[in-house]
Write a protein that binds this ligand. Sequence first.
Ligand code: ADP
Ligand code: MG
Length: 631
Amino acid sequence: MGKKTTHKFKAEVSQLLDILVHSLYTNKEIFLRELISNASDALEKVRFMTTAEGGQDDTVLEIRIEADKDAKTITITDTGVGMTRDELMKNIGTIAHSGTAELTRMAQEGKDSLDSLIGRFGVGFYSVYMVADEVEVTTRSMEPDASPVVWSSDGRNDYKLQELDGDDSMARGTRIVVRLKDDLAGQFTNVAHLKSIINKHSNFINFPIHVGGERVNTVTALWREPKFQITSEQYGEFYKFLTYDSEDPLDTLHISVDAPVQFNALMFTPRTGGDPFGMNRENRGLDLYVRRVLIEKQNKNLLPEYLGFIKGVVDTEDLPLNISRETLQDNILIRKISSTLVKQVLDHLEKMAKDDADRYAEFWRAHGILFKAGYMDFLNKDKFARLVRFNSSTSDDAKGLASFADYLSRAREGQKEIYYAYGPSREALGLSPHLEVFRKKGLEVLYLFEPIDEFVMDALRDFDGHPLVAAEHADMATLDTFETLEQDEKAAPLSDGQKTTLDGLLARIKDVLGEAVTEVKVSRRLSGSPVCLANPDGNVTSSMDKIMRVISKDTSIPRKVLEVNPDHALVRNMLTIFEKDANDPFIEQAANQLFESALLLEGYLTDPHALVGRVQDLLTKSSGWYVDSKK
Ligand code: ADP
Ligand code: MG
């Protein structure tokens, strides 16, 4: 017998334990799911190691559960890998699993209720302290010559360890004795109740589970069963087992492939997406089995990141069982499985979009933002392009988002280009001077609200031979070929004399603005607005330019072309004033005001003081004139 030693829990474990011990969570039964899942992981490791090494294992791989009403205990025993003393200290005493750390953090921030957090995360071993006063873990590692070790704790501050040297009575594996809290003992020592909990949460565990000597679960690898024999309830149950999700999946795809590689895959699309770029980023991937032996959970090579919303399993006959996890990454068979999977998933989504638009819209709302990262998948560019959806000047979430094909079906006769514009919101784009000409001509514009949309457009470049064109770069001559649908009141045409004065006025404005603009010129795209800013080079859209500036931390204001609308009433007034006196200070004031307002609309104005001062000055003057005119 080794000496009994006492150890403090690491701080993060204490925090989590504190939350769990005092939890009023009503669904405490999930502690059993967690302990069984750990037992199953330990058994999977034995199976993996013995098959990989071609070794023999005569111990039955199983989980046994016993309840003792009088002692108020449940005992869970597995014949898995067990733990050495060091492993015990490392695995139960600190937090290894990022999900658990995240749960603690979120629980402390109090953003979500504990109920929903615990339901959503695998909370792991420590969840046992929702129901236990005291837990004793006796474990013996499968390593040769390992002695059994006993770990025990009431889940408050510390745990005790004791090595049982030379004790051979215990076989390989782990036995966990849970001493239940008094008020929960009746419920959790009831064998019928335990069985129903296991059926609910642990039915798909890959090893036999016995309760009181009786086999509870039916061990079936659902993904290997013929499709027609599986009910949607079974799929739903398996999905919940796999993901801890509480609702059914949005969609299920079950396939069996023979060439170029043999494999079965069962894949689910959850109804909600979570935050794909945040902490959840690592929580993706399909579980990889070889001939029913679990090789790796959440393998990251089977599906690309943009399909990371898909949960499920892949099982192949064609990989050797002794494959090491390290070599999976550049394994040619895995690559072949992956490219087949991606094609099948994309085809399936396309079929969904065609046959069940509502479901596809739901998919897009939940996962579209992640899916859009698929613009990098050049091999599947065409499929991808058929699957992306956008807001537009004529479509929104309520009416249904637009595909490129939808857009083209509504395009004006003779229209080749697909136009798009980036903006912070529908309202902002509705006011954008750049889009005035499109509104007048009845040309639909795709609205991009996310920076990634712009990368999508850049990568795709065209759809079915139709170029994707940023509205601000649209060719005016092309736009002119479309008849104007919405004629505003036409200003009287400029006389030859006025045209010359206009040239002078534009030169004067350029003088006032100096190096702040590259050029001041007459605009052909404006109708309601007096001016707008355009890019001097047609390569980069202003929004892409903004993204680049953020990346390179460039805070300077870009130099652009100031386009002036000669038909706007304000510009006409400036023309009259300028004609009388080319040096009238109003021209300078108006030029600066128009320029800064344009900067403001484009999101570049960093210091509004001058602009506000000028507006107040102008209002003071004009209100004075207004008062005079009323006299
Ligand atoms: P997770 O299962 O997500 O890793 P847990 O808190 O459930 O987190 O378990 C922590 C670790 O303790 C496991 O990763 C495993 O190494 C070890 N462990 C727990 N239960 C057992 C068991 N029955 N047999 C062997 N190791 C176990
Ligand atoms: Mg676990």
